[in-house]
Design a protein around this ligand. Structure first.
Ligand code: ADP
Length: 498
């Protein structure tokens, strides 16, 4: 990894040279049993560094710290404009350290350093600043109650929106820092305390974020970060002193979390899998639709829950369009995330590589044909070729299953009804794309799609102010925008007889 080290700045090398401990009650501490685990560079398979291996006992310690911090009220009752300033400071610190965060993210996750810096880090900063503003805008209402059985007595009734309490937040490895920001910022703006469990594949930027959080002035115990594996996540979801669990990850693990949360009926919000439809009508702007449709499934190497991996193309342009998509995909520069020329990096680890390789075989076994790609790229690291499957049927595994790699399945449709019917034929309902220059058609189709987000003449059209989440088995609740405030507050109704 000498080559890698040369591409890292001094701050990144300094960070990697320090111990990587758990952040509990404002202190950096070893795991209770002293264990550590390795995190790996997915472009080479080489170990980057060791990280504290938090387990259920560490979750207990972190939850106890979060409980104390919630109950002592220092955070929840802090003046909202002070919370606002602290959250704003986190955003500013992320921007000031963008190069450091971007390099560590690229190294740990495999994504290109340019994307990590311009998208992951910059957007995480934006998310903290957006929710900083909400800190001062959490409002209840006064209610004109009728009180039909109370005669002519008078009342003053109002609602308050109060924090839920101790939140457990479990996040995946595809956007490690950004997913932490989506979880932390709204929880903190509304006065909760929390325990964050980053994914075992990509623990590093969450630890950097812990340093920033301390530097910004978040009181001890409000944010606790426990790096570890699924058993630590399971301990959070089952913990009787956790009031809410927020999870982003696979639908399979989402269901385990719902089961585990039953004990104390903690609130649950879930951002789960997807198999999103991207619908291209013959009347689209052809070149824009090609470029956007490639980005739809190749962005982040296909490791995005919104990836537009079911590409529905209107019959009359199917051959020409799919060929153009395949040609554009084949041109992507594949390489190490820290190489500035890289457009497509490696998958995150051996498990994901094996899973995607399984689907590359399944695509052919089920009767499909790869217009481009279909195999591994190179012989080190976890690279796969961007792959476009045609001649696929609705029941093929590459059409029904979430693959989480740079693999798209292209299908035909005849008209609007056929496109909508096929697009909605999925257990998932996270996102969808529509490409047409007929704006009425775009609105009509959007209103019929069973998807939490619909992007017209663009794909992955996210904004911090737009609620995001899934229909069907893609999740419960909405993150981002005002929607996330509902996840982290509960309503108290107060009714006073005057
Ligand atoms: P992916 O398929 O994207 O790797 P997972 O759903 O497996 O996503 O993992 C997402 C997060 O959930 C990670 O932080 C992981 O450690 C955690 N996790 C895995 N298993 C469990 C579990 N049984 N309970 C709670 N969290 C879990």
């Amino acid at each position: 990894t000498t080559q890698v080290d040369e591409r890292l700045g001094a701050a990144a090398r300094d960070f990697l040279g320090r111990p990587h401990q758990l952040f509990i009650d404002g202190q950096w501490v070893d795991a209770a049993d002293g264990r550590t685990f390795g995190t790996f560079d997915p472009a080479t398979g080489a170990e980057i560094t060791q990280v504290a291996h938090g387990g259920p006992e560490d979750i207990n310690r972190a939850v106890a710290a979060a409980r104390r911090a919630f109950d002592d009220g220092a955070w929840a009752t802090m003046k909202p404009n002070q919370r606002e300033q602290i959250l704003w400071r986190i955003g500013d610190l992320l921007d000031a350290k963008a190069e450091l965060f971007g390099q560590i993210e690229a190294l740990d996750n495999g994504k290109s350093v340019a994307i990590a810096t311009a998208v992951d880090v910059a957007w995480a900063a934006d998310v903290f600043r957006y929710y900083a503003g909400w800190s001062t805008k959490i409002e209840g209402s006064t209610v004109n109650v009728s009180m039909p059985f109370a005669g002519d007595k008078q009342f003053h009734a109002y609602t308050q929106r109060v924090p839920v309490g101790v939140c457990g937040q479990i996040i995946p490895w595809n956007f490690p820092l950004l997913m932490a920001a989506w979880k932390l910022a709204p929880a903190l703006a509304t006065g909760n305390t929390l325990v964050l469990k980053p994914a075992e594949q990509t623990p590093l930027t969450a630890l950097l974020l812990g340093e920033v959080i301390a530097e910004a002035g978040v009181p001890d115990g409000v944010v606790n970060i426990v790096t570890g594996f699924g058993d630590a996540g399971a301990a959070i979801s089952a913990h009787d002193d956790v009031d809410k669990v927020a999870f982003t990850g696979s639908t399979e693990v989402g269901k385990l979390i719902v089961d585990a949360a039953k004990g104390n009926l903690k609130k649950v919000s879930l951002e789960l899998g997807g198999k999103s439809a991207n619908i291209v009508f013959a009347d689209c702007d052809f070149d824009a639709a090609v470029a956007g449709s490639v980005a739809a499934w190749m962005f982040n190497h296909g490791q995005a829950c919104t990836a537009g991996t079911r590409l529905y193309v209107e019959d009359s342009i199917y051959e020409k369009f799919t060929q153009a998509v395949a040609d554009a995909a084949a041109q992507a520069t594949i390489g190490h995330g820290l190489d500035p020329a890289t457009e497509l990096g490696p998958l995150v680890d051996q498990d994901q590589f094996d899973k995607v390789s399984y689907y590359l075989r399944a695509g052919i076994e089920d009767g499909g044909r790869a217009l481009t790609g279909g195999g591994r790229h190179g012989d080190t690291g976890y690279f796969v070729q961007p792959t476009v499957f045609v001649d696929v049927e609705p029941d093929h595994r590459v059409v029904t299953d979430e693959i989480f790699g740079p693999v798209v399945s292209a299908l035909r449709f005849t008209d609007v009804d056929d496109a909508v019917r096929q697009a909605n034929d999925s257990i998932y309902g996270l996102a969808a794309g529509v490409w047409t220059q007929d704006i009425s058609k775009a609105h009509k189709v959007a209103s019929r799609l069973h998807a939490g987000s619909v992007w017209v003449n663009q794909y992955n059209g996210f904004d911090t102010a737009m609620p995001f989440g899934g229909f069907k088995q893609s999740g419960w609740g909405r993150e981002l925008g005002q929607g996330a405030l509902d996840l982290y507050t509960q309503t108290r109704s107060v009714n006073i007889q005057l």
